[in-house]
Design a binder for this molecule. Structure first.
Ligand SMILES: [Cu+2]
Length: 69
């Protein structure tokens, strides 16, 4: 399953890495693609759940903005 999410507060590649690692800590097989300019994080993983991404993003210090259309 794949889904895109809005994530605010990412400003550099370090933020991209932090968000990616936080998501992969919960979903080890996740493929994560970050669009830094748009503030969009696309996640593809089995067992993907919005709540999981929300807590990963929040724990990493960024602002979860919900599912992106
Ligand atoms: Cu950064």
């Amino acid at each position: 399953m794949s889904q895109s999410y809005r994530v605010a507060g990412m400003t550099c590649q370090g933020c991209v890495s932090a968000v990616t690692r936080a998501i992969q800590r919960r979903l080890p097989d996740a493929k994560v693609a970050v669009d830094l300019l748009k503030g969009i994080v696309a996640v593809e993983a089995t067992g993907l759940a919005d709540d999981m991404v929300k807590s990963a993003v929040t724990d990493a210090g960024f602002t979860y903005g919900g599912v992106a259309v």
